[in-house]
Design a protein. Structure first.
Lengths: 121, 306
């Protein structure tokens, strides 16, 4: 069927926001970027935290906040965060418990931030 | 046995000197069991950071290790000896670490790291030298003499010494270039890098190595597989540098960028995990480079891993 060329402005916008809603549902990283751009504070559930959290940004804040974000995660999620942020290799992750993984994540992320952050910030 | 000194150099920055240095060190140690010493003469300390991490470079300096301590030795007129300033373990590959743990060391990497402090030290040294009517050339010669003496007792311990040279012609850089037996020149398949390659080739040929073509190994990195990049690559190989040895063309990859960011000083990775999609290229680099060294030195090495 051909597109109706006579849609009004609201209908066009509805189509656009429907597409955006669909994408935000299936793409937590995009959702995180969008709400950050809007300056909003939102809560992501534990399943998606691994996708949207940035350990470097969190390591630049308080240790309590860092641990509150990562403590609920399973070992597999923590390993993914460590690997995807280049904070550990598969070799480094062998045989580690969740608590060792969180400590490794915190220690390595804070070290990198300290090493790379300009000293006049 | 005495080490072959390899200068990894180009007058242009950003052509992959440090990445190439580390790839060569890893692949020669891993595939051929060579003992490699990496000397970082660049105050940017990039190859040192890649091998040891930023924290490791700082810790090394605090333990009295690094090229800047060797310069101090020269400034203070002390007996030349580089041994105390070398980090004996700069290995990042799990296979090499495990072999060492099982007393089966075959292939190892040590490092004389750099440190950002080297930049200030060079300036101080040059100001002092020139205030006493010295010249850049006499300083480069004096440094070369000190370095040769400082490494003399270490030469039998290594198969290859890789000098990561800075992209300029300071006396320190010239001392390194003068010591080299062979010159590895990384470049990129684009116009400005090709011009830089010509300048470097002309300058080294005129000042250190009239027989440069026989002593020159060129490695091209291709950022994108475009027809333009392939054309530049062909021109380099078939016209501008047609009398040189060429390594495999290394494709720019996310994997290599990640591989050059060691997570922590106690982090190790397997060769396959570190180099992923370019592991075949890195293997070919080692094969081609050992062929080049064999032609230069007459020494041969057997592959210990595939």
């Amino acid at each position: 069927m051909e597109e109706d060329p006579r849609l009004d402005a609201i209908a066009y916008l509805d189509r656009f926001f429907d597409e955006l809603r669909e994408e935000v549902r299936s793409n937590p990283k995009l959702a995180s970027r969008l709400v950050k751009a809007l300056g909003a504070q939102v809560v992501f559930d534990d399943e998606t935290k691994g996708d949207v959290s940035n350990p470097y940004v969190l390591a630049d804040g308080s240790k309590t906040r860092f641990y509150s974000v990562y403590s609920p995660m399973k070992a597999s999620q923590l390993k993914r965060v460590l690997r995807e942020n280049n904070l550990a290799t598969s070799v480094d992750l062998r045989g580690k418990t969740p608590s060792q993984l969180i400590d490794m994540l915190y220690e390595r992320a804070t070290s990198k931030v300290q090493e790379r952050k300009s000293s006049n910030i | 046995m005495t080490a072959t000194i390899v200068a990894v150099a180009n007058l242009k920055g950003g052509v992959g000197k440090s990445t190439t240095t580390v790839m060569l060190a890893d692949s020669l140690a891993y595939f051929y069991g060579l003992n490699v010493l990496v000397i970082d003469l660049d105050a940017q300390a990039n190859s040192s950071q890649i091998l040891l991490t930023e924290r490791g470079v700082q810790a090394a300096s605090e333990q009295g290790k690094g090229a800047h301590h060797l310069i101090n030795q020269f400034i203070n007129g002390e007996t030349p000896d580089a041994a105390p300033f070398i980090m004996p373990n700069a290995v990042t590959l799990e296979e090499l670490r495990l072999a060492e743990e099982q007393d089966e060391r075959r292939g190892w990497i040590a490092s004389l790291p750099s440190h950002p402090q080297l930049r200030l030290q060079e300036l101080t040294l040059e100001e002092d030298w020139y205030s006493k009517a010295g010249t850049p050339t006499t300083l480069a010669k004096a440094l070369e003499t000190h370095f040769r003496a400082a490494f003399e007792t270490l030469m039998p311990l290594y198969d290859v010494i890789l000098l990561d040279c800075p992209p300029h012609l300071s006396p320190l850089s010239r001392a390194g270039l003068a010591m080299a037996d062979v010159y590895v020149m990384p470049t990129i398949a684009d116009a400005v890098s090709t011009w830089g390659t010509k300048q470097f080739s002309d300058w080294v040929g005129a000042n250190f190595a009239p027989d440069l073509p026989r002593r020159n190994f060129v490695i091209i990195t291709r950022f994108r597989n475009t027809s333009y990049a392939r054309q530049v690559q062909t021109e380099l190989k078939e016209i501008y540098l047609k009398d040189r040895w060429f390594g495999p063309t290394i494709p720019e990859s996310v994997h290599v960028l990640n591989a050059m960011d060691r997570p922590a000083p106690d982090s190790y990775n397997t060769f396959r995990g570190k180099y992923g999609g370019v592991k075949g290229d890195v293997r070919r680099l080692a094969e081609r480079f050992t062929d080049f060294l064999t032609q230069r030195t007459g020494r041969t090495w057997k592959k210990i891993r595939d």
